[in-house]
Structure formats: structure tokens, C-alpha cells
Design a protein around this ligand. Structure first.
Ligand code: ATP
Length: 732
């Protein structure tokens, strides 16, 4: 109940080490250098250097040797930098855990967990270590990371009659790296780090194959083609030179050097570095890209679908109004007098039917619930005391499909339940109303009155929740969320983020459409969208219910004008993305919950929230917003556009300089003119033009403001579009 003490935890951490899986061993510099040199063309070149040396062409031999070595060293440094950038990314996405220590619940880095710690699991979280469960409320865990089985396993806190050994059958245990898909639970850490079940198989997981971006793959193919063509040209060049009775050895070395120079072997490497560098630049603006290809895709995004709460708004909620006993009561944290009129029954419901916790300065939990807790406590209802007096005996946790939650309590010799949630949903389940202590039937007139109050509060951009209760029935019946007694409404203010408004304006200029998708009430959503400049008229807003009655084609037509989707469920999100994509859009979509994972996967760029998001959403995403801000998406798209432009510049530059060398040599030999470049010249040019200027171009600072005034590039646009090929040949 109290958890470990901090001192004991620190002692154990020092003794057992951090709760981390061992990382792959780093390549030694020698091995990295060898990898660079271990290339057939480089070997041929080294042989050529040796031949030159034997023929007393000392300067040529030295230059060839130096060039090869410098090239390899530059390669090693570049690879090391890219690796470092990727490693620091990994650190940023490292998991966190909620523990109870010294009776206080708080969040710590999962690496600090020790055996014996009490860990609290919530829907969407990743299990941070191996646990023996002591509490499980409808807890379901997806263990595919460990067992390969993707159907979630139902967990229990009960001790099994027979202890099973297979991981998949140990129902009262939870394992590190698996994901909680439903319910809540508590467990005691039994193993950490390499001692955990996943640690035992970690060596298998470490060997993940390297992922290449579509652009890198395309470039590698292009590189292969160009290699074949240039080698053929070099053979031809050598043949012609022999026929012309030129110095055979000299022409052989020249032809080999030309082949080495012309083959764009550095192309994929340069692109990787440029992408990795831009990824680390993005980290500085709080956009954590999880998959390299996303950087390219970001530049082509033309629709951004965003959550409302916390992304477009600040997610700092405060209750400003409530409606109980058939009257409006303004709420302010300072004016306690008026709040004396709020019945205790109502306040206690707000404090009991929720999972947020405040201990001293530290607040853990959903901001919506924190706001309700703050209101209850300001009005004198202590959560801890209430929980002791009316302990929770059952619960049905919140999910964004039902849009409500219920807790069952025992006290004063009876059981009763509180339900809170979206007012339209809760009201639909109510048959009675409590006014000034008496319970009356909830007739049509009263229902309409509540609806009107709800509409009025919502159009003031307030987020409104309803509270209801149920007093008769068995434990199971109390959980049914049927035939409830309506208690009242609370309205919370969640101010918009001023930066989000600027970002919406910038997106408009950049021909990127912003679409707000929220689980909140249509009126609240529209009022906030209007403040942000996303929508103006009511017809630009559609509810999940309307959406359900449309075919894909009809929805496609409406999508041309709809900018706000309200009261949607996660499946609606998947459908919206699918239809948007079908219309040829490149879609970015944000999400935070377990149920958002499918839409995040479906979108071209799935964006998970770093602070408020669940681990499940993060794992399904391509990018994580470390600060949950909408404006960060704008910065990431800006960077994506800029990076694509730089990659294009780099590729065209590399190809045109290679092309230039081949044309020069080939024409000269063809017309019987003395060879204009010696082998060492060719290699020198290759050295100074291939990597450094190419990298410099890759890191070029673009005028981002200018970039964001243009429409995004077409989804299928290639690198050689818009005269790129002609440019390459012309420059060459
Ligand atoms: P967004 O999708 O922009 O984050 P949202 O927070 O409104 O908006 P959901 O989290 O899906 O979306 O919530 C849907 C609705 O459920 C909310 O509008 C609210 O009425 C209700 N709700 C939200 N949080 C809770 C909660 N903790 N307990 C009960 N009901 C809640």
C-alpha cells in the first residue's frame, strides 16, 4: 500500500542496475573503416595506385592513396554522426512508469524501476518491467512483443491454482514491453532489465534489419543503373584508347579512376546523413521522427487532421460554471460563497468518479479530471477522505467510444454508482433527476431545458461533462450505466494555444488544410475552431452521427468544405483518413489513445502526443510531438519541405558533376585529343566535390518563409520533375 521508500529504491537501483535492455555493441573505428574500404571498386583503385607506384608515378600513387583514405575517413565520421543522432532520438522516446513510493504516486523514468516497486498500469501504457499483479480491473494486455500473439490477454490478480510456466499463460503477471489495451491494474516489480522475460530474448529483438526510405531505395536503384552505364562507358573509353594506340597502362588507370569517380556510390549515404541530421534538427523543435521516411513524406503533406484538446488548446482546464438543482452557478476558485450552493452529493461524485491525484505540488492524471478534483477540493470535499468513507468496489473505465466512466462505491450501508461523461450520452441514460434532495422523473420539458443549458454552455467554448448516479441494484446492475439519476453539468474552460492560431494561418498560406477532429460536443468544437480560424460557419462542422449516415462518396464531397468533426469515435477517424487519402491527399493525423492506433497507422504521417499520448499510440506513430503542440506540426512540415528540397539539390549536383567528368573524358578520347584529366585529377575532383559540397547542400538553409508560401509538392512527384533532368545534363 505504501510502496518502497525512496531510500530503499535508490539502494536497490545501485545494486541491481538500471531497468534497461542492453544496447547493441558499437562498431570499433577500425571495423567501420574496413567497412568503407571493403568495396570492389576501391580495391581496384588501390591496385591501380600500386601499379602507378611500380611505374615510378609516385605522385599519382600518393594522391590516389590519400584520396581513398580521406574518403573512407569522411565516410566513417558521417556514419558516426548519423548513428549519434539516431541514438539521442531513442533516448527521447524512452518509456516512463507510474509508481507508488513512500505512499506517493508519481511518474518516473522506467529505467529507475527496481524489484519490489509498486507500478500502476493504465489503459494505453506500456508495462515498464515484469510485474506480479495485485490489482486488476478489466485489465487486458497485448503481449505480441513477447509471444507474437496479437489478441489481448485478460489478466487477473488472483493466484492461479496451478502455476503455469508459459509466458502467455501466466495470467497474474504482466511483462515488460507489452501494452495495456484496456482497464487498469497494479503490480509489484519482479524482474527488471535483462532479467525480465523480454530481456531474455532481447538478443533476438536487437537484430532488427535496417530500414531504408522509399527515396533511398529509388536512389540506390538509380545508382546501380548509373554504375553499370558508367562502367560500360569506361570500358568503351579504354577500348577506343587502345585502338588509338595510347599508353595502355596510363589509360587503364584513368579509366578505372573515372569509373570510381562516376559511380555515385556515396548517394544513399549522403541522403541518410542529410535525413538523420534533419531529424536531430527536428528534435530541437520538439518533433521526434520515429521513422526516417517520414521526413520526406512530411514535405508533401497537404491535410493535417488534429485533435482539439491539448493540441489546439492548452489542456489546462478550469471549471467555470455548473448547473445543479435546476440553476446555473458560476464557479471560481476564489469565490467560495456562491459555491456553498453546490450540493455535497454532486461534489463527492466529482471527487470519487475519477482517477486523478494531487499530492502537494504534484498532480497526476487527466486534466479534465484534475479540474473536477480541484473544484471539489476547493469546495471542501477531500478525495482521500471520501475514498476512505466510500471505497470503490467496482468500475468501468473511461473510453472514447462510450464517452463516459462509472465507479461503484460502498458506504453508509449500501452500494451506489457515479457516472460521468459526455452530457448527450449520459442524459440519454437518465430517467430521473435529483433536485434539492428529491428524486423526480426526468420528463420531456426538463430534458429540453438541460439540452438548452448544454448548448448555451458549449457555444461559449466550454467543455461540458454531466454527472449522474444510481442508487439501487446489485453491483453488476450499478455498472450497467442505465436508468440513471441526473445530478448536473459542469463547464470547463480550456483556452486555445495562441501559437496554434498562427500555425493555422501559416498552413493556409502553404495550401495545407487544417481539420479539427474531436470527441467533444459540436458547439464547443465549432466555437474553438472559429477562434483558431479553422472554420467559420456551422455547415463546416459535422458530427460523428451525421458521418455514419454518409457513403464514402458523399463523405468525399462533404470533405471539400467540412473542417471540424465533432463527437467522433476512433473508427470515424480511420474512415476520414481513408477517404481523404482516396481523394489523393497526403494526410497527417494526430492521436493519443489506444483506439487511435489504427488511424495513426492509416495516415501517411501518424502523429502521437508525447506528453498526453499512450504508449500504444506512440508505437503506431511515425512522429511524436514532445510538447503536444499543434505549432510543432507546422515546424515539422516546414523542415520536411526544406529537407526534400536539399536532397533534390544534392542529388542533382552529384549527378551533374559525375556526368561532367564522363562527358569531358569521353569526348576528348573520342576525338583523339590528349586526355584532359589524369587519374589523380579525376580522383581529386571526386574527393572535393562528392562528399563535402554535397553535404553542405544537404544542410543548406532554405528560406522557410518562402517555402511555406508555396503549395506542397505532388504526392507522386519524382526528383527529376520540373526540369530536373534537363538541369543535370545541362550543368554536366
Ligand atoms: P479530443 O479528441 O480533441 O482530445 P476529447 O478529449 O473531447 O477531444 P475524448 O477523449 O474522446 O475526446 O472524449 C470524448 C468525450 O468524453 C469528451 O468530450 C467528454 O465529454 C467525455 N470525457 C472526456 N474525458 C472524460 C473522463 N475522464 N471521464 C468521463 N468523460 C470524459
Amino acid at each position: 500500500e505504501t510502496g518502497l521508500t525512496e531510500t530503499e529504491a535508490a539502494k536497490r537501483l545501485a545494486a541491481d542496475g538500471a531497468n534497461e535492455l542492453e544496447q547493441e555493441k558499437k562498431k570499433s573505428p577500425g571495423a567501420a573503416l574496413w567497412e568503407q574500404l571493403n568495396d570492389p571498386l576501391i580495391c581496384v583503385l588501390l591496385v591501380a595506385a600500386l601499379v602507378s607506384f611500380l611505374l615510378h608515378e609516385i605522385s599519382d600513387a600518393v594522391i590516389i592513396g590519400v584520396v581513398v583514405l580521406v574518403n573512407a575517413v569522411v565516410g566513417v565520421i558521417q556514419e558516426g554522426k548519423a548513428q549519434k543522432a539516431l541514438e539521442s532520438l531513442k533516448k527521447l522516446t524512452s518509456p516512463r512508469a507510474v509508481v507508488r513510493r513512500d505512499s506517493v504516486v508519481r511518474e518516473i523514468a522506467a529505467a529507475e524501476l527496481v524489484v519490489g516497486d509498486v507500478v500502476i498500469l493504465e489503459t494505453g501504457s506500456q508495462v515498464p518491467a515484469d510485474l506480479r499483479l495485485v490489482q486488476a480491473w478489466s485489465l487486458k494486455i497485448e503481449e505480441s512483443a513477447l509471444t507474437g500473439e496479437s489478441v489481448p490477454v485478460e489478466k487477473t490478480s488472483e493466484k492461479p491454482e496451478v502455476e503455469k510456466t508459459a509466458v502467455g499463460e501466466r495470467k497474474n503477471e504482466a511483462f515488460m514491453s507489452t501494452l495495456v489495451t484496456a482497464g487498469r491494474g497494479e503490480g509489484i516489480v519482479t524482474a527488471t532489465g535483462m532479467q525480465s522475460e523480454i530481456g531474455k530474448v532481447a538478443s533476438m529483438i536487437r537484430a532488427v534489419p535496417r530500414e531504408y526510405t522509399p527515396l533511398q531505395k529509388k536512389l540506390a536503384e538509380l545508382g546501380k543503373l548509373l554504375s553499370v552505364v558508367s562502367i560500360l562507358l569506361c570500358v568503351l573509353l579504354f577500348g577506343i584508347a587502345v585502338l588509338q594506340k595510347r599508353n595502355v597502362i596510363e589509360m587503364l588507370i584513368t579509366a578505372i579512376s573515372l569509373a570510381v569517380a562516376a559511380v555515385p556510390e556515396g548517394l544513399p549515404a549522403v541522403v541518410t546523413i542529410v535525413l538523420a541530421m534533419s531529424v536531430s534538427r527536428m528534435v530541437r523543435v520538439n518533433a521526434i521522427v520515429r521513422k526516417l521516411p517520414s521526413v520526406e513524406t512530411l514535405g508533401a503533406v497537404n491535410v493535417v487532421c488534429s485533435d482539439k484538446t491539448g493540441t489546439l488548446t492548452q489542456n489546462k482546464m478550469t471549471v467555470t460554471a455548473c448547473y445543479v438543482n435546476d440553476r446555473h452557478i458560476p464557479v471560481s476558485m476564489h469565490n467560495i460563497r456562491q459555491q456553498a450552493e453546490i450540493p455535497e452529493m454532486f461534489l463527492r461524485g466529482l471527487a470519487l468518479c475519477q482517477d486523478a491525484e494531487v499530492t502537494g505540488e504534484e498532480a497526476v492524471g487527466d486534466p479534465t479530471e484534475l479540474a473536477l478534483l480541484q473544484m471539489a477540493e476547493t469546495c471542501g470535499i477531500r478525495k482521500k477522505q471520501s475514498e476512505q468513507q466510500y471505497p470503490r468496489i467496482k468500475e468501468r473505465s473511461f473510453d472514447s467510444v462510450r464517452k463516459m466512466m462509472t465507479t461503484v462505491h460502498r458506504g453508509d450501508g449500501r452500494d451506489f454508482a457515479y457516472t460521468k461523461g459526455a452530457p448527450d450520452v449520459v442524459l440519454g441514460r437518465c430517467t430521473k433527476i435529483r433536485i434539492n434532495g428529491s428524486i423526480l422523473p426526468l420528463g420531456e420539458a426538463k430534458r429540453r431545458k438541460i439540452q438548452n443549458v448544454l448548448e448555451e454552455m458549449s457555444s461559449q467554448a466550454l467543455r461540458v461533462l454531466a454527472l449522474a448516479m444510481k442508487t439501487d441494484g446489485t453491483k453488476e446492475e450499478l455498472l450497467q450505466e442505465e436508468e440513471l439519476i441526473f445530478l448536473g453539468l459542469v463547464g470547463m474552460k480550456d483556452p486555445i494555444r495562441p501559437e496554434a492560431k498562427d500555425a493555422v494561418t501559416k498552413f493556409k498560406k502553404a495550401s495545407v488544410q487544417t481539420v479539427m477532429i474531436t470527441g467533444d460536443h459540436a458547439k464547443t468544437a465549432l466555437a474553438i475552431a472559429q477562434e483558431l480560424g479553422i472554420a467559420r460557419k456551422a455547415k463546416e462542422c459535422m458530427t460523428g452521427e451525421e458521418l455514419e449516415n454518409l457513403t464514402d462518396i458523399e463523405l468525399g464531397n462533404r470533405l471539400k468544405e467540412v473542417r471540424v468533426f465533432a463527437r467522433v469515435s476512433p473508427e470515424h477517424k480511420v474512415r476520414i483518413v481513408r477517404v481523404l487519402k482516396k481523394l489523393g491527399n497526403v494526410v497527417a493525423m494526430t492521436g493519443d489513445g489506444v483506439n487511435d492506433a489504427p488511424s495513426l497507422r492509416m495516415a501517411d504521417i501518424g502523429i502521437a502526443m508525447g506528453k498526453g499520448g499512450t504508449d500504444v499510440a506512440k508505437q503506431a506513430s511515425d512522429m511524436i510531438l514532445a510538447d503536444d503542440h499543434f505549432a510543432t506540426i507546422e515546424k515539422a512540415i516546414e523542415e520536411g519541405r526544406s529537407i526534400y528540397r536539399n536532397i533534390k539539390k544534392t542529388v542533382l549536383f552529384l549527378l551533374s558533376s559525375n556526368f561532367g567528368e564522363i562527358i569531358t573524358m569521353f569526348t576528348a578520347v573520342l576525338f583523339g585529343i590528349a586526355s584532359p584529366l589524369k587519374a589523380s585529377h579525376i580522383l581529386w575532383i571526386n574527393l572535393i566535390t562528392d562528399s563535402l559540397p554535397a553535404l553542405a547542400l544537404g544542410m543548406d538553409h532554405n528560406d522557410k518563409e518562402q517555402l511555406m508560401k508555396m503549395p506542397p509538392r505532388g504526392a507522386k512527384e519524382g526528383l527529376f520533375a520540373n526540369g530536373g533532368l534537363a538541369c543535370t545534363i545541362f550543368y554536366g
